[in-house]
Write a protein that binds this ligand. Structure first.
Ligand SMILES: [Cu+2]
Length: 116
């Protein structure tokens, strides 16, 4: 009986895995340093439906693996914006941006200075 039960449980588990579809999105952010990376990845880790995220500081792009049934790219951009960072077309939340340490602001020092 036991091996049968094991197979059945495995099959059920596989189906659960398949039902949890994974999607990937790359969002352009305005992250400046490793503190930004930590801040953003941490914020996303708490988000519902997010499996993992990885910010590449060279390109400032964040790759997020998420469950499309539980969250969506628009919402994820808002999450990034609320941390004080730009997310594609969405501007950084001004209040959150003001709370960032100077080094994390666009340009590193002056908030009105843009690197691009
Ligand atoms: Cu930073």
């Amino acid at each position: 009986m036991k091996p049968v039960l094991f197979i059945l449980t495995s099959m059920l588990f596989c189906q659960i895995m398949l039902a949890q579809k994974k999607a990937e999105i790359v969002i352009q952010t305005s992250a400046e340093c490793s503190m930004c990376k930590e801040r953003l990845e941490k914020a996303l880790a708490y988000e519902k439906g997010v499996y993992s995220s990885n910010l590449d500081l060279k390109t400032r792009k964040i790759t997020i693996i998420y469950n499309p049934k539980k969250t969506n790219p628009d919402h994820l951009r808002v999450v990034i914006s609320k941390q004080g960072y730009q997310a594609d077309d969405i501007k950084a939340d001004p209040f959150a941006y003001e709370q960032l340490p100077e080094c994390c602001k666009v340009g590193g020092h002056k908030n009105d200075e843009h690197k691009h």
